[in-house]
Design a protein around this ligand. Structure first.
Ligand code: PNW
Length: 455
């Protein structure tokens, strides 16, 4: 691998947390084993036309049967921490009722293996795999789903909390609500603006209730939520584009940040929603529940948005930046946006430490050279990681309290609506043989973590 430039770890402290992230449905496979029942993503991926190439998570990376091997990979990469998600449909397969002990046993094995290798587990309770039984009862637009989520969170915290001390309630409620219930590009594939706003509020309520459950079960827990606030830039100085950027910021960033960290919904957003007759179904006491003090905020960062006005209920549309370098998604590569985002979060939401819980890139690795041992020399991914780590160093230099970085992803996996074609892994997965091979970027990441610790 290329030597680690000091630029990449400049400004990162020796105790900075270096990790990698995955999510249950994207890697586990074994969808019908040990009592697991379908989630909305099983249903969605098995619906023709929803996922590229008809891919599903039925097998994925077969991680369910390869825990020792995959934890050994993390260990070889010298990582401090591993962020994984717990599949609700394994723990409580229909979304209500008793704990499924066989499902818990899988995460017991994973956690024990991690701890045996000195790797700190960071558990995400919900990374989009709602039990289908709850969707059939109305899904996140129903308030009851928030109570069901809290019950499930308490079950998981009770089972794993003696060993797992880092907890993330939700991953990117923006995606669950907006992509799942309004754009329909993610499961469950519904396309209603009012359902989106109801889902958003009930996800946030579920977060707050889950924080209470985790704290009750695990008194020494560190609890947070992972959001993906996207910085929206107007495509021009025209007032309608500036207004579009405000709308994008309201619905994409502040809808989640403000209630969780400030205990209120943004006033401008409430006005926008009232105009669309899509109010948030807030009941007395909800905002207090949602705004429990947190130990950290998880931030996922991939890109910025450049937006212009649109007549759609949400009021904006993205303008592709075709003249700018991009990843295979294709998402614009914009590392300075991570500095800008963290600086803004530090200013507007002071007092909570930040962790980057996801950042990384899909590139067409098949176009990269391979060395004599079969290793993919993915220099673009290494450069992407180095530039984003340097951007975090810049935010720290500006006084922002950001304490760690989890690369998305440990290995190539099921990239939601894009299926297996988009590869985000530090580690290459051959889906014919399930063979894992670290890419050059993985070895660079290992060396960067070491250089940071030893500086
Ligand atoms: C995140 N968007 O998803 C998720 O947390 C991961 O599971 C996923 O694999 C990763 O980023 C890469 O996509 C997103 O369209 C999916 O705005 C889509 C969007 C954002 C994040």
């Amino acid at each position: 691998a290329e030597p680690v430039g000091s630029e990449a770890v400049r400004g990162l402290p020796a105790d900075f947390v270096w990790g990698a992230a995955t999510a249950a449905y994207q890697i586990e496979g074994a969808v019908a084993e040990d009592g697991r029942l379908p989630s909305v993503w099983d249903t969605f991926s098995h619906t023709p036309g929803k996922v590229a190439a008809g891919d599903t998570g039925d097998v994925a990376c077969d991680h369910y049967h390869r825990v020792p091997e995959d934890v050994a990979l993390l260990s070889q990469l010298g990582l401090d921490a591993y962020r994984f998600s717990v599949a609700w449909p394994r723990i409580q397969p229909g979304g209500s009722g008793p704990v499924n002990a066989a499902g818990v046993a899988f995460y017991d094995r994973l956690v024990d293996e991690l701890l045996a290798k000195g790797i700190t587990p960071w558990a995400t309770l919900y990374h989009w795999d709602l039990p289908q039984g709850l969707e059939d009862a109305g899904g996140w637009p129903e308030r009851e789903t928030a109570y069901r989520f809290a019950e499930y969170a308490g079950m998981v915290a009770g089972a794993l909390g003696d060993r797992v001390k880092h907890w993330i309630t939700l991953n990117e409620p923006f995606c669950s609500a907006m992509l799942g219930y309004y754009f329909g590009t993610h499961a469950p594939g519904r396309t209603s603006f009012p359902d989106f706003t109801k889902a958003a509020h009930h996800l946030l309520l579920g977060h707050g209730l889950a924080v209470e459950q985790v704290r009750a079960a695990v008194p020494d827990a560190q609890v947070g939520i992972t959001l993906n606030p996207v910085l929206a830039h107007p495509a021009s100085d025209a007032p309608e584009d500036v207004e579009a950027a405000r709308r994008a910021d309201a619905v994409g960033a502040r809808l989640y940040l403000d209630p969780v960290l400030l205990g209120r919904y943004p006033a401008d957003l409430l006005t926008d929603l009232a105009r669309e007759e899509a109010q948030l179904p807030v009941q007395e006491g909800d905002l207090k529940t949602i705004a429990q003090p947190l130990d950290f905020l998880g931030v996922n960062y991939y890109f910025r948005d450049v937006v212009r006005a649109s007549d759609e209920p949400h009021g904006y549309e993205g303008v592709p930046q075709t003249d700018r370098p991009s990843t295979a998604m294709p998402w614009e590569i914009y590392p300075e946006g991570l500095t800008a985002l963290l600086t803004r979060l530090g200013r507007e939401y002071p007092g909570v430490p930040f962790y980057i819980t996801e950042n990384g890139a899909a590139f067409d690795d098949s176009g990269s050279p391979v060395d004599g041992t079969g290793r993919i020399l993915d220099t673009e991914r290494t450069a992407y990681l180095a530039d984003h780590l340097a951007a975090i160093g810049d935010a720290r230099a500006a006084g922002v309290d950001v304490r760690g970085y989890f690369c998305w992803s440990l290995m190539d996996n099921f990239e939601w609506a894009y299926g297996y074609e988009k590869r985000f892994g530090l580690v290459h997965v051959d889906y014919e043989t399930q063979r894992r091979t670290p890419k050059a970027s993985a070895l660079w990441f290992r060396d960067a973590a070491r250089a940071c610790r030893e500086q």
